[in-house]
Ligand binder design. Structure first.
Ligand SMILES: Nc1ncnc2c1ncn2[C@@H]1O[C@H](COP(=O)(O)OP(=O)(O)O)[C@@H](O)[C@H]1O
Ligand SMILES: [Mg+2]
Length: 239
């Protein structure tokens, strides 16, 4: 035998599980980036859904939406999360309100917030026994930060999540990821980019998944074409 295989956790999308030798590497962090509307949140929902269905308690931390909106959006792609919230398999936490709380911050766009949640604080809010984690999205917490400090914070977050043995999907929007020179991608165990672009031959908009990094995994070179339907993200045959 040539070494051990990593344990895997389903991504919730069958074809991506096949490509990733079973799913996301257990106990590690994977970064999902992409511009608005590429399906980052949907990827997070698929993962959360697959996790709770397997009996793994999961926490979905959102910086953008209300928990009720996450539940409604998930139901529109055939993912029913409410019953898992009810039986405490799933917690959906909104940290929007906690990111900037000082009144001065709202009055003065240049003010530095006095009380604010940073990336370093995220591990603290993950309830014990909740082993799978979605953080959607870290962008707002990275935007105004000096690059070196940001790198240190992301390293800390990723290391801490690993120490806690959490399998984590960390989502970052492209604006923040580009402004921060994609610094987060260096800290994480794996990275996937969702892309929407026009096919120059057909003139049609197409979606692609690029798995640019996945340690310990022999990923066949993509990109992989996908569509979003009433059943969520679906990878198409071929590349
Ligand atoms: N039922 C559906 N049928 C087709 N496309 C859908 C459906 N639900 C959502 N989408 C697509 O998914 C996009 C939103 O995905 P989302 O994961 O919220 O994006 P983001 O990357 O911004 O988090 C929508 O803009 C739409 O294109
Ligand atoms: Mg989103």
């Amino acid at each position: 035998m040539n070494g051990k295989r990593l344990d895997r956790v389903s991504t919730g999308i069958k074809k991506i599980d096949e490509i990733l030798e079973g799913g996301y590497p257990a106990g590690r962090s994977v970064l999902i980036s992409g511009s608005a509307g590429t399906g980052k949140t949907i990827m997070g929902m698929h993962f959360a859904n697959a996790s709770v269905k397997q009996g793994i308690k999961t926490v979905y931390i959102t910086t953008e939406e209300k928990p009720s909106d996450i539940v409604i959006q998930a139901s529109l792609i055939g993912i029913e999360l409410q019953k898992y919230i009810d039986n405490e398999m799933l917690q959906v936490l909104t940290i929007k309100e906690l990111i900037d709380t000082s009144p001065q911050f709202f009055m003065d766009p240049h003010a530095t917030p006095s009380t604010r949640l940073t990336l370093r604080d995220i591990p603290e809010i993950i309830p014990e026994n909740y082993m799978n984690v979605v953080i959607d999205n870290i962008g707002i917490m990275t935007l105004d930060m000096e690059l070196k400090k940001l790198r240190i914070q992301i390293d800390y977050l990723v290391e801490k999540l690993h120490d806690m043995n959490k399998t984590s999907v960390i989502i970052c929007d492209d604006i923040a990821n580009d402004i921060t020179k994609k610094v987060a991608s260096y800290s994480v165990y794996g990275g996937m980019q969702l892309v929407r672009k026009i096919n120059p031959y057909s003139g049609l908009m197409e979606r692609y998944l690029d798995i640019y990094k996945m340690r310990g995994t022999g990923v066949p070179e993509g990109p992989y074409k996908y569509i979003i339907t009433g059943n969520g993200i679906q990878l198409l045959e071929g590349r």
